[in-house]
Design a protein around this ligand. Structure first.
Ligand code: FES
Length: 193
């Protein structure tokens, strides 16, 4: 996966500032950096670490918090600013489950696939959610309501198998009941609006 992403990253970028097909002029990278204040937050984090490579994780955290996910442009920007190879930045971003490279849905369900949960049937739980919501782990449902992620351990192994829904820990889930537990929470959130 990392090699695929790295390949994407090192491919020739679209020429900035050139006319688009409809006659408009595409924004340049510097336009985007200057026009979006969220990049200032990331910049502040990188500055705090002296623009050194050891600030990478914190920079990725800032970017994920600011944008909800890490897109190609932002990862390249961090790579350039911290003078790190693109492969290193993408490698870290794809290694940790707390980072995501895709836009997130309105709600997030994370299935723990750590050892304790795995032994207690986390794979089957994940498969049940994937089947019910027609989404694969790492993806978001077509209506953008639910993102499905996996993690290695939440530190709640006594409750295995464990999932979280919007940060709420739900333990001892089963493949037969988990979809309904998620549906109830989705419905409750919608009713509360
Ligand atoms: S392995 Fe799942 S919570 Fe620890």
């Amino acid at each position: 996966m990392i090699s695929t992403i790295t390949k994407t990253m090192t491919s020739t970028p679209t020429a900035p500032g050139r006319p688009t097909g409809n006659g408009a002029v595409a924004a340049t990278p510097s336009d985007r950096l200057a026009g979006d204040k969220r990049y200032k937050i990331i910049e502040a984090t990188m500055r705090r670490y002296g623009y050194q490579g050891h600030g990478l994780i914190e920079a990725l955290h800032s970017a994920q918090e600011a944008f909800g996910y890490l897109d190609d442009f932002t990862l390249k920007h961090i790579s350039r600013t911290l003078h790190l190879p693109p492969s290193k930045v993408f490698g870290v971003a794809t290694f940790y489950n707390l980072f995501t490279l895709k836009p997130q849905g309105a709600h997030t369900c994370v299935v723990c696939l750590g050892t304790a949960c795995y032994i207690k049937g986390a794979r089957e739980v994940l498969a049940a959610i994937e089947g019910e919501y027609d989404v694969k782990a790492g993806g978001t449902t077509r209506d953008s309501q639910l993102s499905l992620l996996t993690a290695r351990c939440f530190g709640s192994c006594a409750l295995a198998p464990v999932i979280t829904f919007d940060g709420e820990t739900i333990g001892k889930v089963t493949p037969t009941a988990v979809a309904q537990q998620i549906a109830q929470r989705l419905a409750a959130v919608q009713q509360a609006r």
